[in-house]
Design a protein around this ligand. Structure first.
Ligand code: ADP
Length: 555
């Protein structure tokens, strides 16, 4: 039993089926042998006693028929009747001879009995021969006498010789039949025993194999119930080599993984909770940020308004300062003239005149220069402020026409500077005509202003549609911008070289950047000192109804 439990279930079932099939084959083989034996009895019965009995029966009837033919011979009136009776006799005689041949072959008793019977039949032939000759000679009475005498006696002798053969055959047939019946009984008993044996063996084998499968499965189901009840740490621990052992080990591994997964799930839940908390914090921070942005926007607008008001209001005191300082300058000149006519003590003259002729004009000059600078700054603030508050009227712009008009206004600088300007076919865009014109003008103006004097200037203007936005760019081969300053050029009043002889207030790019902000656009630059710069502006193709555009790298 032990060895079968170590086999795989498939192998066990194969063994079981193999045993049952082997038993059935044995039963079948025995049945075939038994049936053959039974058939042998029947065959023997048929081949010997029955055939012998039939032959004896036929000999008797043929002998009677020959006897009748002898009488026909004795009663025959014509030669034809005689011949017919003789022919009939010859025919019957041949039949009897062949029947005796059957007896010789089939008779299981003493063959001398057959020989004696045949001899009696052969002796009868000689008597009949004698009768035929007498009839042939016309001596019928003598022939009848022989027939009734010797002839009938010989017929009786034949009967006496074949009677034992017939009895023996009948007895033999009965004996065969008895043997067959006895054998059949034994055979039935043996077969029934075998069937019961095979059925028992099959039941035992089947039960053993079934139990070797169902018992451990029942055990596993019980153990699984414990795990199903929530005890994930419970192990089946079934040490078997078959599939059920594999199943138990796989289940143990699964519960172990499940335990780990549950632990991970708990961790995940904790992480999720943390994430939710963080998200809430983020949402709060975002909310706060939005509030701050709104506050900032409000403050910014307020600041802009203050800047605008202050810039505007400071202009009149500045005009006063400038006017009165110029007046003071004029009055100082007059005072110098008057004092030159007055006879002043030398010490006082030496103290006052340098003040009036040098110190005061110098101070007044500084005041005036500062007022000019301050006016420039205030104008700049006002210009930037105005851009912020100027209304925007967006429309579809024919950029080819717009650029053409910009270049026309700068034709003089282009020609005198010997600059070559090339323009690609430009896509249209949505924007405020005046403000976009201002941006393009500023970029072309800068490209002209900051050209490299050591080489002929070139400016190239191009543009293309890219997804949801349209990008234009102005490239030059000018002096370029140091990477350290590239971000700062968009700041207010920022000039790379404050002593640069080229005119400018450091506001052009600031204003361009503000205009693009208001169009939900962007501006950026790529530049290399000594090689040139390219300024890119990008505008939403639908005029800013979608998200703000992002620059594609490599443009
Ligand atoms: P500005 O009135 O000085 O031209 P911008 O705001 O237009 O003011 O430009 C700011 C500064 O950026 C300029 O002073 C210049 O130094 C630099 N800059 C602008 N465009 C170019 C350019 N195409 N090539 C080189 N430098 C430039």
């Amino acid at each position: 039993m032990g060895w079968i439990l170590n086999q795989k279930i498939g192998m066990r079932l194969r063994y079981g089926f193999g045993i049952v099939v082997a038993l059935v084959l044995v039963l079948g083989a025995i049945a075939i042998v038994e049936m053959n034996a039974e058939a042998g009895f029947t065959r023997d019965l048929h081949e010997h006693p029955l055939k012998v009995s039939n032959a004896v029966r036929d000999i008797r009837s043929e002998v009677i028929a020959i006897k009748r033919s002898v009488q026909d011979l004795l009663l025959a009136g014509s030669a034809g009747d005689i011949q017919a009776a003789i022919d009939e006799m010859d025919q019957r005689e041949k039949t009897v001879t062949s029947l005796f041949q059957v007896l010789r072959e089939r008779y299981l008793g003493d063959q001398r009995e057959v020989q004696a019977a045949y001899q009696a039949f052969a002796d009868w032939k000689l008597i009949r021969q004698e009768e035929i000759e007498l009839v042939g000679k016309g001596q019928k009475a003598a022939a009848i006498e022989i027939s009734n005498g010797k002839g009938d006696d010989q017929v009786d002798a034949i009967e006496a010789r074949i009677a034992p053969i017939s009895d023996f055959a009948r007895a033999k047939a009965e004996s065969f039949y008895r043997d067959a019946m006895r054998y059949r009984r034994h055979h039935l008993l043996a077969m029934s025993g075998l069937i019961v044996l095979i059925a028992g063996a099959s039941i035992v084998t089947g039960t053993m194999i079934t139990r070797s499968i169902t018992d451990p499965i029942g055990q596993i189901i019980g153990e699984m119930g414990k795990v199903g009840g929530g005890n994930l740490g419970h192990k089946i621990r079934m040490d078997r080599a078959d599939e059920i052992g594999h199943l138990a080990r796989a289940f143990d591994a699964m519960t172990e993984n499940l335990q780990k997964t549950t632990a991970s799930r708990d961790e995940l839940n904790a992480a999720n909770q943390q994430l939710a908390a963080n998200e809430q914090q983020l949402r709060a921070a975002n909310h706060e940020l939005k509030a701050n942005a709104a506050e900032l926007s409000f403050r910014n607008a307020e600041l802009q308004s203050i800047v605008y008001t202050v810039s505007h209001d400071l202009k009149s005191p500045l005009v006063n300062i400038k006017g009165f300082s110029e007046e003071l300058e004029v009055q100082g000149c007059k005072l110098i003239k008057h004092l030159s006519l007055v006879d002043l003590p030398e010490t006082i003259r030496q103290d006052v005149m340098p003040l009036l002729e040098e110190e005061i004009p110098k101070s007044l000059h500084f005041i005036q220069a500062s007022t000019v600078k301050m006016k420039g700054l205030l104008d700049g603030f006002l210009r930037v402020s105005k851009i912020r508050s100027a209304p925007i009227q967006k429309e579809t712009l024919d950029m080819n026409a717009l650029v053409k008009s910009v270049l026309a206004t700068m034709q003089y600088q282009i020609e005198t500077g010997g600059v070559t300007v090339t323009v690609d076919d430009l896509p249209p865009c949505m924007g405020d005509a005046g403000q976009i014109n201002q941006v393009i003008s500023n970029l072309v103006d800068n490209a002209l202003k900051y050209r490299d004097q050591n080489r002929p200037g070139t400016i190239h203007i191009s543009g293309r549609r890219e997804g949801d936005c349209i990008t234009f760019w102005v490239s030059d081969n000018g002096i370029g911008i140091d990477p350290r300053h590239q971000d700062r050029v968009f700041e207010m009043f920022h000039r790379l070289d404050p002593n640069c002889p080229v005119s400018g207030d450091g506001l052009g790019l600031t204003i361009a950047s503000r205009i693009l902000d208001r169009h939900q656009g962007r501006i950026r630059l790529e530049s290399e000192p000594g090689k040139g710069s390219t300024f890119y502006i990008s505008l939403p193709s639908d005029g800013g109804h979608s998200a703000a555009p992002t620059f594609t790298r490599g443009l």
